[in-house]
Design a binder for this molecule. Structure first.
Ligand code: FNR
Length: 364
């Protein structure tokens, strides 16, 4: 096997190990994948103005997220179905992520129960929540996550219906029998099978169970069900971010679901300045979708984000080598970040500011 020296190498290596249909489920975006590509390109377009002659022998990329100290401003985005990559699924991922002191965001659509994930974790966990038509299911998930020791929720607001991921229709993507939607098994909803030449099994399942009638009142209802912090994940406009804070959101996750929902939607990095401006430092702003290089963290923080969430590359690491693969992806990413900090003249994150951004990108 060729050595993987960056996160893109892991994607190529994962592709060789996974079935076409499982790889397609992970990799694909919606429609023509315009937003999927735009996410990465937006980060790539920004150029930095590195500061010289700063002593960077000691570098500290650590920060605090919702009161918790983390070794770098990176969390792992909530993603479903880790067992498609590796038989240990989320359990391998969470061991790797929390073992490095990072926060793991467990998905409602995990293939291990949230309780099993919590039992395997050695550090802090957040829970990603989807709101179901059947509010009893949602309420029960909130109770279970609280009982299992999760310390915050990310309420995903960008899936009133599932985006049309054509790879899944073409490949007739099915969740294998040994992959279950473990958190939903107690409600008789553990299996995803079916689909047609017009709609994938995942789309059929989601559109049947998820609540397309979610509104700001639903956010209030979710908040009334828990004392834990609730972040909103999937925000792409400054006005929605501000409204979210008015409705008690304790964090904003700028995300377009990795280009899997609205194709032609804006890239996340493009809207980050607008959102940072609307939030005015009241709550942390996290960003995901298209983060592929350590230097992307410097770019996101220079614009005003508090942290990034890493998505697909973590799954590629898992597919290549289970827990060790995820550990290596995270440590490669950390080395890239460390290198970028040194070369930007930033011994720590406080030294990152808008002055690092090249002027011709002033609109950022
Ligand atoms: C996701 N994402 C996601 N988001 C969420 O809130 N709940 C979920 O269950 C999932 N599931 C999921 C599965 C897979 C295979 C992918 C690739 C993504 C979206 C995820 O949290 C995040 O927003 C994106 O993955 C970030 O984009 P990148 O880094 O993958 O480009």
């Amino acid at each position: 096997m060729r050595v993987c020296v960056n996160l893109a190498d892991y994607e190529q290596a994962a592709k060789l190990r996974m079935t076409k249909s499982a790889f397609g489920y992970y990799a694909a975006g919606a429609g023509d994948e315009l937003t999927l590509r735009a996410n990465v390109e937006a980060f790539q377009r920004l150029r930095l103005r590195p500061r010289m002659l700063v002593d960077v022998t000691q570098r500290d990329p650590s920060t605090t997220l919702l009161g918790h100290r983390v070794p770098m401003p990176v969390t792992v985005a909530p993603m479903g179905f880790h067992r498609l990559a590796h038989p240990e699924g989320e359990l391998a991922t969470v061991r790797a992520v929390t073992g490095q002191g990072l926060i793991f965001v467990a998905s409602t659509m995990a293939t291990s129960t949230l309780e099993a994930i919590a039992a395997a974790a050695t550090g802090r966990l957040w829970f990603q929540l989807y709101c179901f038509r059947d509010r009893e299911i949602t309420r029960s998930l909130i109770r279970r996550a609280e009982a299992a020791g999760y310390s915050a929720f990310q309420l995903t607001v960008d899936v009133p219906v599932l985006g049309r991921r054509e790879a899944d229709i073409r490949n007739n993507f099915q969740l294998p029998e040994d992959c279950r939607v473990a958190n939903l098994e107690p409600y008789g909803l553990g299996s995803i099978r079916g689909g047609s030449d017009r709609e994938s099994s995942a789309q059929e399942y989601t559109d049947r169970l998820f609540d397309a009638s979610l509104t700001w009142e639903t956010v209030d209802w979710i908040r009334s069900q828990t004392r834990l912090p609730v972040m909103l994940k999937g925000i792409l406009r400054g006005d929605d971010a501000a409204r979210g804070i008015d409705h008690g959101a304790t964090g904003i996750v700028v995300s377009n679901h990795g280009g899997r929902q609205l194709d032609s939607g804006v890239s996340t990095f493009e809207v980050l300045p607008e959102i940072v401006q609307a939030v005015r430092g009241r709550v942390p702003v996290l960003i995901d979708s298209g983060v592929r290089r350590g230097v992307d963290v410097v770019k996101a923080l220079a614009v005003g984000a508090s942290a990034v969430q890493l998505g697909r590359p973590v799954l590629w690491g898992l597919a290549v080598d289970g827990q060790a693969g995820v550990e290596r992806v995270l440590s490669l990413f950390r080395m890239e970040l460390d290198n970028a900090l040194a070369l930007c003249g930033c011994p720590n994150l406080a030294a990152i500011g808008p002055d690092l951004i090249a002027r011709r990108f002033a609109e950022f």
